[in-house]
Design a binder for this molecule. Structure first.
Ligand code: C2E
Ligand code: MG
Ligand code: MG
Length: 679
């Protein structure tokens, strides 16, 4: 540190920090100003060597060595350290103190504090270097919001060079992850509302989205006008990744990657809170993998881990997106079924899960089967509390027998009985087709103009060996829950075509036959399948009609309208069944190529006495007429209803008034004998 001799300014000595020293340089006196300037009290420094105030340990000149032996005083600019560790600058004037004989007895050092000044040019260079070398990205915009400066870290973090960034707006880094309100907050900080500090998701040049910790503010000129804004940011994706990793470790099972008990409990508690508000029902299933311990013991950890991971993967494949599969413990998994339509569906899902594990797992060259049992607790039936439901499902799981035909047990006995009955029926239904137990009944539709039979609806019946003749209400919903409905539907279509062919082959001129379709049958291959059937039975499309329900149209209108257009183009008539009970709007009706509207029986029951039903029936007829659709009233049981509906303008009637659904030969006889409805 250089000592620059400077002329001593006139200063009142008492105002200045002043230190007295003996000839060896030890402090003997220390005034109040010195205490204020250096931060040390007198008692802390008296007796110490003056050297301890020096900024550098090494050869910095002390006040002592600065005084030439023959001179009385000298001045210099010096740098010293305060008690707080801060560097200070002062003009030092050092004076020899002599006794009466003129012999030097000590020294007096006075310090005039000076500001540490860096020339503007140096300062600018300093700032530029600091900004340029900073590991934080810096971006500066002008008052129009365009980028005018970025630093090296900006380029390192974002991938944009200065040339690419300058002239653009900060939107260059926009990830699209923030809403308008959030962006407005940042924007207003840039416009001078004050410092904004927070986290923003940015987007790098390579498209990658990354989290950044950002501080944004504005720069003003002397008149207080905002001239620039700046943003200083650091890439914190690393922190986020660590955080995420920690979160994963705490919440997920590392073998299966499934949520663990902790996370499941949280998720379930949320789902239950939501269910309490909405009144939804749901279930918790606990699944026990019976062989897992044995697999670990026999084949070791690698095989054991892969076995459970594969099993988990299979199970996941049998679930909907909103269902939660978790690993509860070593050989226990859990599934939460949220928002179920009916509690019995839990058993259907359980069956499906067991079916997923039905074929053996192939693990590192070993073919291993995966027997499992499932216990089910239902909410709200068994309670609305997470821990309780999990416990009940675990208890039920312990009771389930892996050797049983259906190794699924409900916590509540009543549900067990229902489920058992259902499983039995489902098992029997699987064989109903091959055992020839299914039959189509036919219910005539008659014209309200002349009373003639103008068509019929094919209605499915199951000749059950124990229960007798079953109507679809007993088994179609069950089939809908499994893929059985597809087999049933195919059988019905084929049987209807076969029947039409038989009638034609005997020379009978039978009116068209309508078949009910389940929404599940309605996929893009349906037109081709029907075309093939028509071809193979040599049936013309005019003889077959299709009945669909409104729910189908609401589900996926774009796809459905296309399939329906294909069917209509083939020449098939399409009837909208149970009309008025679903959600159809006029807009829907206009879009779909519907030829017939069937007024649901629930409205027909009330006519002509219930004003509401009359109004609905009337509205449907008016609407159908507008859209040039044929209108059929379903479930007409008496003449009063018939008269009313006829007056309204319905075209046809179907119902017990004319005939119940009949076996094919009886219906055939009605047509053959030209039996008519007396109008
Ligand atoms: P749907 O298509 O609306 O059939 C009309 C139902 O009303 C039939 O019941 C029929 O027997 C009954 N019905 C007709 N006239 C009267 C009447 O005057 N009074 C009363 N009380 N009932 C009458 P069914 O045969 O039990 O069929 C019920 C539902 O099952 C059908 O309703 C249809 O949605 C469905 N279904 C029937 N066959 C099949 C099929 O082959 N495939 C599919 N997917 N569903 C079918
Ligand atoms: Mg129908
Ligand atoms: Mg109907």
């Amino acid at each position: 540190m250089a000592q620059v001799p400077e002329p001593s300014p006139p200063q009142a000595a008492a105002d200045l920090p002043c230190v007295r020293l003996d000839l060896a340089g030890f402090i003997t006196d220390w005034n109040d100003e010195a205490a204020r300037f250096f931060g040390y009290r007198a008692d802390e420094v008296i007796g110490q060597h003056l050297l301890f105030l020096n900024l550098q340990e090494d050869g910095d000149l002390t006040e002592l060595s600065g005084l030439p032996p023959d001179a009385d005083s000298v001045t210099a600019i010096v740098f010293r350290r305060t008690k707080a560790g801060q560097a200070t600058k002062a003009r030092l004037s050092l004076q020899a103190e002599r006794d009466a004989a003129g012999e030097p007895v000590g020294l007096c050092a006075r310090y005039e504090p000076l500001r540490i000044d860096i020339p503007l040019e140096d300062k600018l260079r300093l700032y530029v270097n600091i900004i340029e070398d900073s590991s934080q990205g810096v971006l500066v915009t002008d008052h129009t919001g365009h980028i005018v400066m970025v630093n090296r870290a900006f380029t390192d973090i974002t991938g944009y060079s200065a040339d690419e960034a300058i002239g653009q707006t900060p939107d260059l880094l926009r990830s699209g992850r923030h809403d308008a309100e959030f962006r407005a907050q940042v924007q207003s900080a840039m416009q001078g509302a004050g410092l904004w500090i927070g986290e923003i998701m940015g987007r790098r040049k390579n498209g990658e989205v990354f989290p950044q910790s950002v501080c944004v503010s504005a720069v003003r000129n002397d008149r207080g006008e905002v001239t620039h804004a700046f943003s200083i940011f650091s890439d914190i994706s690393h922190h986020h990744e660590t955080e995420l990793r920690l979160q994963r470790l705490a919440n997920f099972d590392h073998v299966t990657n499934l949520p663990n008990r902790l996370l499941l409990t949280q998720l379930m508690t949320q789902a239950l809170a939501q269910a309490k508000r909405s009144g939804e029902c749901g279930a918790v299933l606990v699944l026990h993998l019976h062989r897992l311990s044995w697999v670990y013991d026999t084949f070791g950890h690698d095989v054991g881990d892969e076995y459970v991971a594969q099993a988990a993967h299979r199970l996941q494949g049998g679930l909907r997106e909103q269902d939660i599969l978790a690993r509860l413990g070593h050989d226990k998994l859990a599934v939460t079924l949220i928002n179920m339509r009916q509690p019995e569906h839990a058993a259907v899902v359980a069956q499906k899960l067991l079916a997923q594990l039905g074929t053996s797992l192939s693990v590192q060259g070993h073919e291993l089967d995966a027997p499992a049992t499932i216990g089910i607790a239902l909410y709200p039936g068994n309670g609305m509390e997470t821990a309780g439901l999990l416990r009940y499902a675990e208890i039920a799981c312990q009771r389930a027998d892996p050797e049983a035909e259906t190794p699924v047990i409900f916590f509540s006995e009543e549900m067990n009985q229902k489920a058992t009955e259902r499983f039995r029926l489902e098992g029997e239904l699987r064989h109903a087709i091959s055992q020839g137990q299914l039959e189509l009944f036919h219910q005539p539709k008659v014209s309200l103009r002349n009373g003639h039979i103008v068509g019929a609806e094919a209605l499915l019946r199951w000749n059950h060996p124990r229960h007798g003749l079953l109507t679809p209400g007993h088994f179609v919903p069950l089939a809908e829950d499994t893929s059985l409905i597809l087999e049933l539907g195919e059988w019905v279509l084929a049987e209807a075509c076969r029947q039409i062919m038989m009638w034609r082959s005997t020379g009978l001129d039978m009116p068209p036959l309508a078949v009910n379709l389940s929404a599940r049958q309605f996929d893009r291959h349906l037109p081709k399948r029907i075309e093939r059937l028509l071809d193979s039975f040599r049936v013309s499309p005019q003889h077959l009609k299709l009945e669909i329900t409104e729910s189908l149209m609401v589900r996926n209108p774009d796809e459905v309208v296309q399939i329906m257009n294909e069917l209509a183009a083939m020449g098939l008539g399409i009837a909208l069944d149970d009309f008025g009970t679903g959600y159809s709007s006029l807009a829907y009706l206009k879009r779909f190529p519907i030829t017939t509207l069937k007024i649901d029986r629930s409205f027909v029951i009330g006519v002509p006495h219930q004003p509401n039903d009359c109004a609905i029936a009337q509205a449907i007829v008016t609407m159908g007429k507008q859209l040039r659709q044929e209108i059929v009233a379903e479930g007409v049981e008496n003449r009063e209803q018939m008269h009313y509906l006829r007056e309204l303008g319905c075209d046809q009637l179907q119902g017990y008034l004319f005939s119940k659904p009949l076996p094919a030969h009886e219906y055939e006889r009605l047509v053959r004998e030209d039996v008519r409805l007396t109008l």
